[in-house]
Ligand binder design. Structure first.
Ligand code: F6P
Length: 325
């Protein structure tokens, strides 16, 4: 590929994550520094199918480094999961003479990127998801910010919980992964963490709350991952009717976790991955995702990313338990 002729598309897809804008900015500015043209694709894969293409210059990505969300907008495209949708997206790309694509998103987005790659599109993925459930990278863009949001919220909840001697059930996001809840359990000093990877009975939760009361704790914080087998409202009702000493309140953090200004860590990770993604394309590398390995940003094949399931490290689950004494 001759640098001058390269037209690079960039899109964000799936659930937005803080730091996606920092990644867009890094992609755009690195590409421009290398004499490439950049096309922003709006609304993720849905926009790729519809041909929502807008040229991006250096000034278009000014002032976005610190902003949550994604200036390119995003979507969960059902149409793109089908071969017809993918064919139409490729036709649109060819029509607009887009030579290569950077896809910023989660597991589903990497699936889409791999499908394009298998059909000959030069694509590089950048992992962005608060859930940190993408195989091939130690950390995805957005996870650190979400963790800090949870930490800030639980710190506040603990103040009021202690004042009233209450048990608080705090539900975190993470449809299929307990990563956020488990790590939040450690950094927030929760009494108990409930994750899909370690199912437990309602009775065990009630017993743990009662035990915390008997040990003289002024509060009990239970962090329940969205995807755990136990529903937060059911748990609260069960604890209340068991008269364990604490009365119970619920906080579902929800989409609060997806918003906000990215942390320094996420801005740095996004910038590093954005730069690497464009450099890789310039060197003729594609069909890969940027992945944080140790301290460096490396590449993993998209085919491996989608065929492996990232597991949570259960050592941290144990750690959260030990530190809750
Ligand atoms: O994948 C990120 C995530 O925030 C999950 O944790 C959550 O289950 C899901 O997205 C929510 O999706 P939506 O914003 O489409 O409701």
């Amino acid at each position: 590929m001759e640098n001058k002729k390269i037209k690079l598309g960039v899109l964000t897809s799936g659930g937005d994550a803080p730091g996606m804008n920092a990644a867009i900015r890094a992609v755009v500015r690195t590409a421009l520094a290398n004499e490439m043209e950049v096309i922003g694709v709006r609304h993720g894969y849905e926009g790729l199918i519809n041909g929502e293409f807008h040229p991006l210059g250096a000034r278009d990505v000014g002032g976005i480094l610190q902003r949550g969300g994604t200036i390119l907008l995003t979507s969960r495209s059902e149409r793109f999961t089908k071969p017809e949708g993918q064919r139409e997206a490729i036709r649109r790309m060819n029509e607009a003479e887009i030579d290569a694509l950077v896809v910023i998103g989660g597991e589903g987005s990497m699936n889409g990127a791999n499908a394009l790659s298998k059909q000959g599109v030069k694509v590089i993925g950048i992992p962005g998801s608060i859930d940190n459930d993408i195989w091939g990278t130690n950390l995805a863009i957005g996870t650190d910010t979400a963790m800090n949001t949870i930490m800030d919220s639980v710190d506040k909840l603990r103040d009021t919980a202690s004042s009233h001697q209450r048990a608080f059930l705090v539900e975190t996001m993470g449809r299929n992964s307990g990563y956020l809840a488990m790590m939040a359990g450690i950094v927030c000093g929760a009494e108990m963490v409930l994750i899909p990877e370690a199912p437990c009975l309602v009775e065990e939760v009630v017993a743990a709350v009662e035990d915390a009361y008997k040990r003289g704790k002024t509060h009990a914080i239970i962090i329940n991952a969205e995807g755990s087998a136990l529903r937060t409202t059911d748990l609260a009702a069960k604890i209340d009717e068991s008269n364990v000493g604490f009365s119970t309140r619920i906080t579902i953090l929800g989409h609060i976790q997806r918003g906000g200004s990215p942390t320094a860590y996420d801005r740095l990770l996004a910038s590093r991955m954005g730069v690497k993604a464009v450099e890789a394309l310039l060197e003729g590398t594609h069909g890969m995702m940027t992945g944080l390995k140790g301290k460096g940003v490396d590449f993993v094949p998209l085919a491996d990313v989608i065929s492996n399931k990232r597991k949570v490290n259960m050592e941290y689950h144990h750690m959260a338990k030990v530190l809750a004494r």
